[in-house]
Design a protein around this ligand. Structure first.
Ligand code: TYM
Length: 326
């Protein structure tokens, strides 16, 4: 059975973008693939974190995975930090990655171009991500469009290693959703909806009270021509709302466009807001049942045990090939 693998950083609260870009894909594919969904908590510390908040968010992430419909029987769920082999393989891969390739990663470039004082970890972060993926020979990596470049780097790193040392790693492919590869900020619809956004009105958190989420949709920035059309370049705000609706209702965007063609923006927003609120209500109801139960620990224990064995074997093979043995 082919493997899918992905992770969502607990560096902020999970958003509607996290759901549509990554979690929903994992849920939709879970029947057909051997699925690995982990918490990249080591990635979260590439930027400063409050220890208490980080700990809470790690647990919240797992609770939300399950509440969003990720079936623990079909998914291996684990914490990156509980499996020491991720960081270990990452070191080996760092030594086979060129400065030039790592410097081309757009997320890193964006942060440094703003003059932010970034950590070395933020620079090497895509290499740890490559380790996360190729450690388990994942075939597919369901991600939003912003992570595509990182998966491509993982492909390059794996290919180079295989060429030099013989076939060791599977070459992973990114899986980008047809609809919702980049959900936009509601207040600045040319920017990605992000868990670290400055304007909280632009981002819908999966744990936002449904009424708050509705208000955020109602005050989403659009344009003034009152014409419903899917045109992400010229009408990013309306196109974003149509995308959200299309993804959550699982209706193709062309049909969504038709459905709303005679609506004014106010009534369109109202209907999108309803769908978002219903989605959040369902997730939050399950989340409340899960978050204080023991299921999170059970799932993570099983995930740690299974992935540690797999990762240990892979790292041994790598060490053997590169001559790290006595
Ligand atoms: P992260 O935590 O920034 O985002 C998690 C996933 O959610 C997707 N996503 C979005 N998709 C559509 N619209 C949005 N507004 C939106 N916001 C977030 C992201 O594309 C991503 O798929 N480096 C990764 C975490 C990671 C990882 C991995 C992923 C670490 N190791 C191995 C896959 C495989 C990250 O920072 O994603």
């Amino acid at each position: 059975m082919k493997k899918t693998l992905t992770g969502l950083k607990p560096s902020g609260e999970l958003t509607l973008g996290s759901l549509i870009g990554a979690i929903k894909q994992m849920k939709d594919y879970q029947e057909d693939y051997d699925s690995y969904l982990f918490v990249p908590d080591l990635h979260a510390i590439t930027v400063p974190q409050d220890p208490k908040e980080l700990k809470e968010r790690i647990r919240k992430n797992v609770g939300l995975y399950l509440a969003c419909g990720i079936d623990p029987k079909r998914n291996t769920i684990y914490l990156q930090s509980e499996n020491l082999y991720h960081a270990n393989l990452s070191w080996v891969l760092e030594c086979t990655t060129y400065m030039g390739e790592a410097s081309r990663m757009t997320q890193y470039k964006d942060k440094t171009s703003k003059g932010e004082n970034v950590s070395v970890g933020l620079f090497t972060y895509p290499i740890l991500m490559a380790a996360d993926i190729i450690l388990y020979d994942a075939d597919y990596v369901p991600v939003g469009i912003d992570q595509k470049q990182h998966v491509e780097l993982a492909r390059d790193i794996a290919t180079r290693f295989n060429n030099k040392y013989g076939n060791t790693f599977k070459i992973p492919e990114p899986l980008i959703p047809k609809t919702g590869a980049k959900i936009m900020d509601l207040q600045a619809p040319t920017k990605k909806m992000s868990k670290s956004a400055d304007n909280y009105k632009g981002t819908i958190l999966l744990l936002d009270p449904p009424e708050t989420a509705k208000k955020k949709i109602m005050s989403a920035v659009t344009d003034s021509d009152n014409l419903v059309k899917y045109d992400p370049i010229n009408k990013p705000g309306i196109s974003n709302l149509l995308t959200i609706y299309s993804s959550l209702k699982e209706i193709p965007i062309t049909e969504v466009e038709k459905h709303f063609q005679d609506y004014n923006y106010g009534s369109l927003k109202k209907e999108v807001a309803e769908v978002v609120a219903t989605t959040l209500t369902t997730i939050q109801k399950k989340y409340q049942e899960i978050i204080n139960s023991n299921i999170i620990n059970e799932v993570l224990d099983a995930g740690r045990e299974k992935t540690t064995k797999l990762a240990e074997a892979k790292l041994k093979e790598v060490y053997h090939k590169i001559g790290l043995e006595r």
